[in-house]
Design a protein around this ligand. Sequence first.
Ligand SMILES: Cc1cc2nc3c(=O)[nH]c(=O)nc-3n(C[C@H](O)[C@H](O)[C@H](O)COP(=O)(O)OP(=O)(O)OC[C@H]3O[C@@H](n4cnc5c(N)ncnc54)[C@H](O)[C@@H]3O)c2cc1C
Length: 373
Amino acid sequence: MRFALSEAERQGFGAVRAIVGARVGAAGLHQGAPLAKEELQALFLALAPLGYLGSTLARADGGHALSPLAFGALVEALAPEYTLLGNHSVQRYLAAFGSDAQKRAYLPSLLDGSGIGAIAITERDAGSDLAALATTATPKGNVYVIDGEKTWVTHGLVASLFVVLVRSPAGLTRFLIGADTPGLSLSAMHPIGLCHLSFARLRFEHCEVPASARLGGDGEGAAGAKSAFPLARVLAGLQALRLAESAIENAMAYARERKILGAALDRREIVQDGLARLLTEHAALRLLAYRSLCALEADGALGTAAGLKAAAADLALKACRFCAELQGSDALDTHARIHALERDARMMAVVDGTSVLNRLVLGRRPSLFRSTD
Ligand SMILES: Cc1cc2nc3c(=O)[nH]c(=O)nc-3n(C[C@H](O)[C@H](O)[C@H](O)COP(=O)(O)OP(=O)(O)OC[C@H]3O[C@@H](n4cnc5c(N)ncnc54)[C@H](O)[C@@H]3O)c2cc1C
């Protein structure tokens, strides 16, 4: 059982922090327009040598064959400034389900950072509930005609390639669709947080794609999507924990400086009690996240990852609220850092399944690690 990062994993974490620090500096969280495509490409280019884009992919596919824990350390280190930076899932979908021709066509640019990939699954009336997906792929000769709309696609405005999950007569099916395909139009969404990212709505109107654009088998898209859940949820959980950590640090710094009735706030037992609860929960969940990354194939990994992600997002929101209350009127400024953290935490409580949904996933198949594991 692993309880900490190895020296190499710690170095990976530190190297990512150095890259983030050089870009963000003292400015803190990104609050302006989403990063432009060139800025993102430069960031991915800097992260690529560490294995961020090659992630857990086999070396035969051009990947870095990192262990999930080593990869998790890189992803964790991107938050809170570049939470949910992504651009590694499409690579894993391609490696797992792509034909040799598809891998040759798309993997090199995605792995060197010049290509940006995005996943388009969610629809206005189908997020948690994949069975409700209504975008269709109708076979016509040797093409499929795609019709429908996808929402909340991360990197949607800057991606060159989308993995799109739609409904064909055989069932849920994935396609690889280029951003410049006729019949596909993009529009910007306006999120409350994670302002460094662009989110797009994708509209498919009689969009014809060749049968060779199918990624994996006809009707086999749901299994593919679900197999990606455990890793995605633990990574989201780890990043939510970084938001929580940042809120806790913010609270501790304030409590050290602010004097009430002649003593610093951090001398008050009620403040110490609140901080102690947050710190303990944070440390415990971080260990659970690392443990989960070491056991992604274990029975019950899906439930554990779902429960962890929900608890991490809850903690991030709780830590932000504690910090904001501690700061009194100082937190009422719209530019206070704690609000930016809280808006990001609200986004993290929805991505990769809402907290309610994730708790339901664990509750239906109670399966956390036991003391004998
Ligand atoms: C930051 C961010 C990035 C995202 N990136 C992407 C992306 O790149 N690609 C993509 O396709 N999507 C993306 N999404 C969308 C995301 O996957 C969905 O928002 C998420 O799955 C939840 O779906 P929903 O918003 O439709 O909510 P719904 O699933 O419709 O939930 C609505 C409400 O119903 C509740 N609910 C759901 N199921 C149950 C149940 N069984 N019982 C009781 N209550 C239930 C929920 O808790 C919630 O309160 C992103 C979202 C965010 C916030």
